[in-house]
Ligand binder design. Structure first.
Ligand code: A2P
Length: 261
């Protein structure tokens, strides 16, 4: 799986094919969508428009909350494939644990079947807490490949990252740029000037050096290209710590998985 891919949350459906084709021609080889984003069809269209062989593009999509449960998950997966116009995805995730529904173990069993059938190359989860992860592993014996969570310098999730390392789960950062809200931070502008990069590139480099999978969203061709151009410089230890110093306890921007869904 490429470490850095294109995220398309909030990319309008009618722009998605163009955005995905732009990213693929800029060198991206991974796209992250979800049933609830309403733009899976555009993702498939953009991949086909790129002319790249299917095997060169890593496609992730996600099971929406109202489709949780064994049978519903299988049906929802079929619909996602149909919208994408693909016969398999490379990674399929449960989007939220939805503890109030409390059926994510059943959903997980459906994903295990999809992987066994080869229609999902890998399977994982998103927004799962440590207890949620331990529960699906304990009840099925199958460890998710990935947990995709809100993660950016203001909310750096040290505890969950540690648990992932212990359990053998890769960490993937959603809203890696803090939805663009962090880009004026003086720490970042200073480092950006020093390296001849932008604040967004400093943040993305921080994710890369932490070993995280990362999926910045942009609809703008220049910013799409800029966000991939983070593999030709390095932050030293003090600079990594300076970025990490932006972390605050209530730095979450998105919903709390304990309550959402
Ligand atoms: P746009 O799509 O107009 O480029 P995140 O991935 O953390 O959710 O952040 C996405 C937000 O950050 C979007 O509003 C996006 O706007 C903006 N963004 C993405 N890349 C950059 C960049 N390189 N510089 C500035 N803003 C960016």
């Amino acid at each position: 799986m490429p470490q850095l891919g294109l995220g398309v949350w909030r990319t309008p459906a009618d722009e998605t094919a163009r955005v995905v084709a732009t990213a693929l021609s800029a060198g991206y080889r991974a796209v992250d969508t979800a049933a609830v984003y309403g733009n899976e069809a555009g993702v498939g269209e953009g991949i086909r428009a790129s002319g790249l062989p299917r095997g060169e593009v890593f496609v992730t999509t996600k099971l929406w909350n109202e489709s949780q449960g064994y049978d519903r998950a299988l049906r929802a997966f079929d619909k996602s494939l149909e919208r994408l116009g693909l016969d398999h995805v490379d990674l399929y995730l449960i989007h939220w644990p939805c503890p109030q529904q409390d059926i994510f173990v059943e959903s997980w069993k459906a994903l295990v079947r999809l992987r066994e059938e080869g229609r999902a190359g890998s399977i994982g989860v998103s927004n799962f807490r440590v207890g949620d992860l331990e529960r699906i592993i304990g009840e099925t014996g199958v460890t998710p490949a990935v947990n995709q969570i809100e993660l950016h310098p203001r909310f750096s999730q040290a505890g969950l990252r540690e648990a992932h390392a212990r359990l053998g789960v890769l960490t993937e950062s959603w809203s890696p740029l803090g939805q663009g809200q962090l880009l004026d931070e003086p720490v970042l502008t200073r480092l950006a000037e020093r390296h001849g990069k932008t604040p967004a590139q400093i943040i993305l480099r921080w994710h890369v050096q932490l070993g995280l999978l990362v999926i910045p969203k942009s609809v703008n061709p220049q910013r799409i290209a800029q966000n991939l151009d983070v593999f030709d410089f390095e932050l030293d230890e003090a600079e990594m710590a300076a970025v990490a110093s932006l972390d605050v306890e209530d730095g979450r921007i998105g919903p709390d998985p304990a309550e959402f869904g």
